[in-house]
Structures are given as C-alpha cells and as structure tokens.
Design a protein around this ligand. Structure first.
Ligand code: NAI
Ligand code: MG
Length: 358
C-alpha cells in the first residue's frame, strides 16, 4: 500500500475550479487501485488571502508544506493585487524555496484538430521542454535607482551559476539518454555575451559525458521560428528560465492552447516536495462561470503520478485525455464544446474507469 500526502493550493480565479476536477481524478484512482491512497490538505493562500492578511501565504507556510509528497496548485494572481507580488510571494517562493529547479513541460499534440498549424499531426509535435526554474533571468536580482527622476536606471540581472546551469543541463541529458531522444539547447550567445556564452560552454562540457546523445544548439529567435514552422525537429529541449517560459507558451499555442498545457516543478533529489500545476493563469475573464478547461490540471495529475513512480496511471490519464478529445460535445467552450468544467471532469473519470477495466 502506497500513501501520498498532497498539499492543495487552489489559489485564485479558475484555480479552485480546475483543481477540484484534478482531485476528482485522484479520488477515482484511489477508488480503483487498492494499492494507492491519498490524503489532502487545502491551503487557502492567494490573492484573497493577501487582501485579508497582507501576505500571500502564512509566515510558516513553507514549513507547513515541507513534509508533503507533492503540492498541487491551481493558479495565482487576480486584479487588485499586483502580479509581481502574487507571483513572487507564492509561486516563485515555493519554486525557489523548495529548490524545484526543473520545470518539465510536455509539448505534445494529443489530437490533430487542436493545432492551428496547417497539415501537422500528432507525429509532428511531440517533445519535452526542460526549463531552468530556480535562477537565470528570474533570479530577482537587480537595482532600481533614482526612481521617478530623469536619471532613473533599472537593472535586471540574469544569474547563471555553474551549479545551477550544470544541474539543469545534466538533467536534460539524462532524460534524453533514458528515452533515446535528441537534445536541443536553446540560448542566445550572440547577444548575451556573458550568461548565454557560459550556458553554451556548459552544454558542451556536460555533453562530453553523454557521447551517445545527439545534440543541437539553437538561438532562441530561430528556435521560436522552428517551434512553429518545423516542430518535428525537437525531441528534448533544455533552456533558461525566461526563454523556457516564452517558448512553452508557443508550445501551448501549437498544441491546443493554455487549457491543455501542463508543467511540473521538480526537485529531483526529493529533498523537498515537487509542485504540479497547469501552465495557465487564473483567467479572471472566465472565472466563476464554470467553463474553465480542466484538462491542463488533469494532465498535471498525470505528471504527478509519473513522479510518484505510478507511470501506469500517468499513461492511463494521458490516453483518457486523448479519448476525451475526440468527443467534441464533452469539451469546454475553449475547445468548441458546450460542457462545463465539472461535466468534463465527470466524463473524464468515466473514461479513466473504462480505460482501467478494459
Ligand atoms: P491566463 O492564463 O489566466 O489567461 C489567458 C487567456 O487564456 C484568457 O483569455 C483565459 O480565459 C484563457 N484561459 C486560460 N486558462 C484557461 C482554461 N483552463 N480554460 C479556458 N480558457 C483559459 O493569463 P493572464 O490573463 O495573462 O493572467 C491572469 C492572471 O493569472 C494574472 O494575475 C497572472 O499573473 C496570473 N498567472 C498565473 C500563473 C500561475 O499561477 N502559474 C501563470 C500565468 C498567469
Ligand atoms: Mg508563463
């Protein structure tokens, strides 16, 4: 019997709406699999909490989360609280504080009708982006001088440590080797003459330990073009924090939009809990209407199960998502259907049960 203790941070806007569908899926797994059980504890942190308490999370929040096996997060951010506060004081605090230095984002086309790209099918778009998640351009280092004066200067410093750069690149090489795929590094050494030249050097150095892995190296502008024009050339991609953030939104764009994009924030050493979340934000424009697409959040559950070593369930979830995507009327409006968030969730659970028992 395996037991997993999961911290829920539903957050803001559509966050709670999609997280409750993900929890439904976890409970269905628990019902079907006598070997697995979960316990859940919900933390009410987010923008509403901030407006009441003047902070995004409890002062002892990190301590409270520390002992969980995983954190399942919806989305953070809402009008009324500046985004740089809500993001930095909750999401980034957890990613950094728990050294979740790997961000794993699958860019996989699950159904050919979902891509806006002409004549591309499932065979053409199936890769993994591994984004550095702890430093780089999002290190929060910099200076704001002479505020509101004519001589005002702001500096936002990218921080690339040898340890930080090596470990993300090594993780990517390991992933490529394990799955027998090519590895593409995305950087910008021609313009960023310190950070990205260093990145490229480390990519080559670490590569010496992996002569069996075929590699490519692209500048980020060219890579953006290829994401759209020729996504087939990518299998595993490793890149910096900012580039990975932007590229994976392009990745979401070519595979069906934000309602389907998922990302895992992983501490591979398991010294701290890892965090699973849809890529999308709190979508204030549709919050409270019950029409948010929960598939990204459900895909996060698949990533969580893989992380727990329950890859059978990880795969079962993914193939049930594929089946669901063929039932147009069961989908939410962003995918052209008329179903509500909860209706989609219920239909998904039925498909997962069928998948399990056939
Ligand atoms: P967003 O991802 O919330 O929304 C962008 C667009 O996509 C909206 O039109 C929205 O309706 C749609 N959309 C997003 N997820 C959807 C879903 N599951 N189903 C159907 N439609 C969906 O990004 P936006 O509007 O830039 O940011 C809103 C707030 O979310 C901001 O406060 C931002 O800081 C925060 N945010 C939080 C993130 C996180 O918690 N990981 C990530 C991105 C943004
Ligand atoms: Mg983003």
């Amino acid at each position: 019997m395996k037991h997993f203790n999961i911290a829920l941070i539903p957050g803001d806007g559509i966050g709670p709406e999609v997280v409750s569908e993900g929890v439904k899926v976890l409970q269905a797994i628990e019902d079907m699999d006598p070997e697995i059980s979960f316990s859940f504890q919900t933390f009410p942190w987010g923008c509403e909490y901030y407006l009441k308490h003047g902070k995004m999370m409890d002062d002892a929040g990190m301590e409270q989360l520390k002992s969980f096996d995983a954190i399942y997060l919806g989305a953070v951010g809402y009008p009324g609280v500046p985004d740089h506060i809500s993001l930095r004081d909750l999401l980034l605090k957890i990613r950094k504080g728990f050294d979740q230095y790997v961000n794993v984002r699958p860019i996989t086309l699950l159904h050919s009708t979902l891509t806006p790209l002409k004549a591309k099918t499932e065979k053409d778009i199936d890769f993994l982006v591994i984004r550095e998640n702890s430093e780089g351009e999002y290190a929060g280092a910099g200076e704001w001088l002479y505020k509101d004066k004519p001589e005002e200067v702001v500096m936002q410093t990218g921080v690339f440590s040898r340890k930080g750069t090596q470990r993300i690149i090594r993780y990517a090489y390991e992933e490529a080797r394990k799955t027998n795929r090519t590895l593409t590094s995305v950087s910008k050494g021609n313009a960023l003459n310190y950070s990205m030249v260093f990145w490229d050097e480390v990519f080559e150095e670490v590569g010496k330990e992996y002569p069996d892995v075929k590699t490519y190296s692209y500048l980020v502008d060219a890579a953006s073009l290829y994401f759209v024009a020729d996504p087939k050339r990518f299998e595993v991609v490793v890149t910096s924090n900012l580039f990975g953030d932007i590229l994976t939104d392009i990745g979401a764009g070519i595979t069906g939009g934000l309602g389907l994009a998922t990302g895992a924030n992983v501490n591979p050493e398991k010294e701290y809990p890892s965090m699973f979340e849809p890529v999308h934000g709190s979508a204030p424009d549709i919050a409270g209407k019950g029409i948010a697409n929960p598939i990204a959040a459900i895909w996060s559950v698949s990533q969580m199960m893989d992380f727990f070593g329950e890859t059978g369930w990880g795969e079962a979830i993914l193939s049930s998502i594929k089946s669901l995507l063929t039932e147009t009327d069961q989908l939410t409006p962003d995918l052209g259907g008329t179903a509500s968030t909860a209706e989609l969730g219920c239909r998904f659970v039925e498909l997962l049960q069928e998948h399990r028992f056939t």
